[in-house]
Design a protein around this ligand. Structure first.
Ligand SMILES: C[S@@+](CC[C@H](N)C(=O)[O-])C[C@H]1O[C@@H](n2cnc3c(N)ncnc32)[C@H](O)[C@@H]1O
Length: 209
């Protein structure tokens, strides 16, 4: 069940009012990740927090099968309208993962993890890792403490603020990335500007056999 931290009504009303609020161009991180996944011959990926699909299309155009998870029904309807109905999108909160029993070659999670609290972030990372195939890669992007919004709004806990009503954010630095992802095959941390300073990080699930 969605809990207090990830109020679906915030995202419902945001998509209802603003519709395709980030346009149709994929984020820089999605373009870089597409190149990476193509190079690694990735065939199927999971996108938690897929929104209305602007970051999914570029993978589909490159022959990658995409499955999404999204909390907003309105965003899912927009995704269907613009990008067709051939993509499975599970309606629900990532806190209720897993939604299926598949193992994915890749996971791309853009600008979602920083919306969660500490235990939800830990569960998301673990659940994503559990749904990765051996030798699969998971790529996350998250907001950095370098963002001008860092420290604004109501203080909730270390590096976590309610920046406006209903939106709580955890701001990352290299130390918090390492402490959350090191045990999940973290091998690269890159800084990237997505209108705000973000990190793009890569993890690999090493073959266990
Ligand atoms: C900052 S937006 C990024 C959207 C998308 N990746 C993009 O840039 O096009 C975060 C997305 O995650 C969704 N979301 C927020 N909390 C969620 C949760 N707990 N479970 C699933 N989706 C969630 C929102 O509805 C929204 O679509």
């Amino acid at each position: 069940m969605a809990n207090e931290t990830e109020k679906p009504e915030f995202w419902e009303s945001a998509f209802d009012e603003k519709k395709e609020m980030w346009g149709f161009t994929p984020s820089k991180s999605a373009v870089l990740t597409k190149d990476f996944f193509v190079q690694k011959l990735t065939k199927n990926i999971l996108i938690p927090g897929i929104g209305y699909g602007r970051n999914a299309q570029i993978f589909k155009e490159n022959g990658i099968t995409v499955t999404g998870i999204e909390i907003s029904k309105t965003a899912i309807e927009l995704a269907r309208k613009h990008y067709g109905t051939d993509m499975i999108i599970h309606h629900g909160s990532v806190t209720d993962m897993p939604f299926d029993k598949y193992q994915y070659d890749g996971i791309f999670c853009y600008a979602l993890i920083h919306l969660l609290d500490a235990s939800e972030r830990e569960k998301l990372i673990r659940d994503c890792y559990n749904q990765l195939s051996d030798n699969g890669y998971m790529i996350f992007t998250m907001i950095s403490k370098e963002a001008h919004t860092y420290g604004q709004g109501k203080f909730l806990s270390e590096d976590r603020y309610e920046i406006f009503d209903g939106v709580k954010m955890f701001f990352y630095d290299r130390e918090s990335i390492k402490s959350e992802f090191n045990q999940y095959g973290l091998f690269e941390i890159t800084e990237i500007n997505e209108n705000q300073p973000f990190f793009l990080i890569k993890c690999k699930k090493e073959t266990t056999r």
